[in-house]
Structure formats: structure tokens, C-alpha cells
Write a protein that binds this ligand. Structure first.
Ligand code: 0L1
Ligand code: MG
Length: 245
């Protein structure tokens, strides 16, 4: 059966609203990658029609291991809105089965007109985190499912901005509620998170979306996400803390 973009968007919205995981969409419908991005865009457009503002882009499948696992050879992307941004402690109580991962975060300073110029458009870099919350049962999905689900995006946060710098091989430490939860190297993000930034620009431009001044790019994480404790969580890297070494 051909994908009904409106109906699938409504199904995903229902999972968020009811805080209830759903069977993956591909269990009951044919969904190819272009249709999956159409569903993702529809869900985001509904959010912006309700008053949320686009805040940036997030990347996924930036590690070779994850690409092999999913049988893909390119990254995926999703869109961030201001409602996903957590200031201070992140409230995960309304989520289904949240997981959390550290992020290299880029702040866009001027409009990105081509992938090649993406790095020169960066005004700042920070360490941050992303809370993922797949809307699917067991956090299990195919490539089109996860694209339709906005690459599992749920919440994000970041610390103090720093001047742009070489982040091709920096250590990342993520703490949850003050306890070390994950370490990794930024080199595991496509060999250099700047590649993820360029890919974000490429995918966005191909879709007719320009990375604008003030937007955030989450370059993704070196390792699979960690389980997130219920309730309110203080994730570090958090505002004010630096965690690259
Ligand atoms: O790197 C990421 O933000 C993950 C995107 C893919 C979705 C997932 O693993 O839940
Ligand atoms: Mg991420």
C-alpha cells in the first residue's frame, strides 16, 4: 500500500501525544526514503503551524558501525524546533523510552549556501547532548521508519559557545546526574564532525532548506545512546560545562 503521508504523520503525532510506542510504520505500509522524509516534514510543519520555530538540524547514522547495522551508506537528518531545546535540566518525563547521547554542536553564523562553505559559516562550537525517543516499539525501526520519525529527535541542550576550532579528534565525556555515562572521540563521527556539518548542509539544501544564522547543527554522537533515567535529568555537557579534552 502506498504511503499516506497525512495519516502516517497523524500516527506519529499520536504516539508523542499519548506517550505510547507504536508498531513501525513499515509493518503496515510501503514507505520509501522520499516518502519518509515527506512524513517527517509534515510532522514538523504541523509543529511550526502550532507556533514552534525551526531551530536547526540534527544528523544521524554518522558512525560506520551504525551505517553497517542499518545497511545504509549515507547519513540521515532531522529538523529541530525551539520546543525541543532544554535549558538546564532536561525534563524527560513526557517521553516514551528516552536515550541520551553527547553531541558536537555547531552554531550557524551566516546562511549556508553550499556544503563546501558550511564550515566557514560557523560562528561557534559547543558540547551538548541529544535525547532520542523513538516513537517505535523497542526502539526498533527500518531506515524509512526512523526518517519519518525525525531521526528519533526529542530534546537537546548545549553548553557555552567557543570559537570555531578543529574538532576532528577531541574526547567527549557525558555525565548524567553527575555520573560518567559515556566517553568517546569525535573522530568516530564520520572521521571528523565537520563532515557531518557539511552533510547537514548538503541534505538540507537538497531538500530546499537553508541553514540560517542562529540555527544549530547537532553533528551526532560517537557511540550508541545511553538509557536516560526517568524524570528530570541533568545531563552534562550542560550549559556552562566544557567536556572536550
Ligand atoms: O545520531 C542520532 O541522533 C541517532 C539518529 C538515529 C535514530 C536512532 O538511533 O534512534
Ligand atoms: Mg544525535
Amino acid at each position: 500500500m502506498t504511503a499516506d503521508v497525512q495519516e502516517l504523520a497523524t500516527t506519529l503525532e499520536g504516539a508523542v501525544r499519548d506517550r505510547r510506542a507504536i508498531p513501525k510504520l513499515t509493518d503496515r505500509t510501503d514507505l520509501d526514503v522520499p516518502a519518509a522524509y515527506a512524513v517527517q516534514r509534515e510532522v514538523i510543519e504541523r509543529r511550526t503551524r502550532r507556533g514552534e520555530r525551526l531551530a536547526g538540524v540534527k544528523m544521524g547514522f554518522t558512525s560506520r558501525a551504525k551505517m553497517v547495522q542499518m545497511g545504509v551508506d549515507d547519513v540521515i537528518w532531522g529538523l529541530l524546533t525551539d520546543a525541543m531545546l532544554a535549558e538546564g535540566r532536561v525534563d524527560v518525563s513526557g517521553l516514551i523510552h528516552p536515550r541520551i547521547e553527547p553531541e558536537i554542536v555547531y552554531l550557524i553564523g551566516r546562511e549556508v549556501r553550499s556544503a563546501a562553505e558550511a564550515e566557514s559559516c560557523v560562528a561557534g562550537v559547543a558540547v551538548g547532548y541529544e535525547v532520542l525517543d523513538s516513537r517505535y516499539e523497542g526502539f526498533r525501526f527500518t531506515l524509512p521508519d526512523v526518517i519519518a520519525d525525525n531521526a528519533s529527535a526529542a530534546r537537546f541542550g548545549f553548553g557555552a559557545w567557543h570559537a570555531p576550532r578543529d574538532l576532528s579528534n577531541v574526547g567527549l565525556l557525558m555525565e548524567i546526574d553527575g555520573r560518567p555515562a559515556q566517553t568517546g572521540s569525535s573522530a568516530a563521527i564520520l572521521g571528523d564532525p565537520a563532515r557531518s556539518l557539511r552533510a547537514a548542509a548538503r541534505l538540507a539544501l537538497d531538500a530546499g532548506v537553508r541553514l540560517e544564522p542562529g540555527w544549530i547543527v547537532l553533528a551526532s554522537a560517537p557511540r550508541p545512546p545511553s538509557r536516560c533515567p526517568p524524570g528530570r535529568t541533568s545531563a552534562s555537557p550542560a550549559p556552562g560545562s566544557a567536556a572536550w579534552r
